[in-house]
Design a protein around this ligand. Structure first.
Ligand SMILES: *Cc1c(COP(=O)(O)O)cnc(C)c1O
Length: 399
């Protein structure tokens, strides 16, 4: 545990335990020590930023099997800047004119089933460049002919999203998507923000792929853009234009470079064993709690990561899945579960952001909260009430 050096209480912040995943709203991930040290070492020094980005390009290229790469403020910024680059190329006048896209190719096909919300709508990342999203197909069925039909002389690039947020059936496979686009000379930009696979999407035909540095990599808040050199260069040049408002500093660039190195050197099997240990402990402990059914489930996009799915039978447990999630988040220490599908009567426990020993604390908290629920001690609310409560809380910030 971090109790000795935990700076949160002094700032009046709650000492949350994150079993939700890598969430921006929770501070993303545990930054790996190598990146923490590199950031601290670089902060007091000046660097020639273009050179630092040049070094990062080589590092990203090696890690992703790409021609070039650069570090952005985050993956969402990487999407916007990649699209902007596909629109302007190296035309500095056009770069300074965006988001006014007059005279530029500006249409960006995206499958309707990929038009997700990762904390903001992906289509807004497209529109921020001055481009216009062109929906392809329907939510649960998109076909290559529909993609081909959406491409014309105004098409700047096409976007493909790989994520648990997107519809997981009826979509065009990336290989077919890239084949259609390649035949028409349209670059394919893949949003793979949360995907562990650094090489696979380029290998399947993507021209550019975008990752978050602050998710699985355990880097500082940043994004990685990797791919074809001409497209990466054009995206990088947006730093002279709309990219200015998405600026990344030296600390994020060096922190991302070092996080990539740490990822390459990481003992992934040992991390997996620790995560599986937590899952087994939770499953064993929760299987004895009335009203809960706990199952280990694989990651929906095949990242090498399992989670514990916890189904809550409200009649037997004494409250609904969302009430249990809220009671856990309100407790001491607060435990934040993965609750984006909670209306289905379940939540998940994600083991990838635990400090040693926290898995037992999580099990204890769930057992004790369920005992309280069984005695009628956990407020029962409807899903509509819960949504209204959350919205009111958001709109009342900073109160
Ligand atoms: C997290 C996420 C993003 C946003 O990433 P940031 O780096 O936080 O901007 C974009 N797309 C997908 C699919 C994501 O999961």
């Amino acid at each position: 545990m971090l109790s000795n050096s935990d700076p949160r209480p002094a700032e009046g912040l709650r000492t949350i335990i994150n079993v939700s995943g890598t969430m921006t709203g929770l501070g993303a991930s545990i930054v790996v020590p190598q990146a923490v040290e590199a950031v601290a070492a670089f902060l007091p020094h000046f660097v020639e930023i273009g050179d630092l980005h040049r070094k990062a390009s080589a590092e990203i290229a090696a890690a992703c099997g790409s021609e070039a790469g650069f570090v952005t403020a985050c993956a969402a910024a990487g999407i916007t800047l990649s699209i902007a680059g596909a629109m302007t190329g190296t035309d500095l006048c056009a770069i300074e004119r965006l988001p006014d896209a007059t005279g530029l190719k500006h249409e960006v096909p995206i499958q309707v089933g990929h038009m997700c919300h990762y904390g903001a709508p992906v289509e807004q990342s497209i529109r921020l460049a001055g481009a216009r999203p062109v929906p392809v197909g329907t939510s649960t069925k998109s076909e290559p002919y529909q993609l081909a039909g959406a491409i014309n002389e105004r098409t700047a690039a096409a976007i493909y999203v790989v994520s648990h947020h997107v519809v997981d059936y009826g979509q065009i496979p990336l290989e077919s998507f890239a084949e259609v686009c390649r035949a028409k000379g349209v670059p394919v930009i893949v949003d793979a923000a949360s995907e562990y696979d650094l090489k696979g999407f380029l290998a399947k035909g993507a021209d550019v792929v975008v990752y978050s540095a602050h998710k699985f990599l355990g880097g500082p808040t940043a994004g990685i853009v990797a791919g074809r050199k001409d497209l990466v260069r054009a995206a990088y040049l947006q730093n002279n234009g709309i990219g200015r408002g998405m600026k990344v500093g030296k600390e994020s660039v060096i922190g991302t470079m070092v996080a990539l190195r740490a990822w390459a050197a990481r003992d992934h099997a040992a991390v997996r064993r620790r995560e599986v240990g937590a899952l087994m402990l939770w499953r064993e402990r929760l299987s004895r709690v009335p009203g809960l059914v706990a199952t280990i489930v694989p990651d929906p996009t095949d990242n090498p990561l399992d989670r514990l799915e916890v189904r809550v039978d409200p009649a037997a447990a004494g409250c609904a899945a969302w009430d249990l999630a809220d009671a856990l988040a309100a407790g001491d220490p607060p435990v934040i579960v993965r609750d984006h599908e909670v209306e289905r009567g379940l939540f998940f426990l994600d083991p990838c952001n635990l400090h040693p020993g926290q898995e037992a604390v999580v099990a204890n908290r769930i057992e004790e909260t369920c005992r309280r629920a069984a005695d009628g001690g956990v407020a029962r609310t409807t899903l509509a009430e819960r949504k209204a409560r959350r919205l009111a809380g958001l709109l009342a910030w900073p109160d």
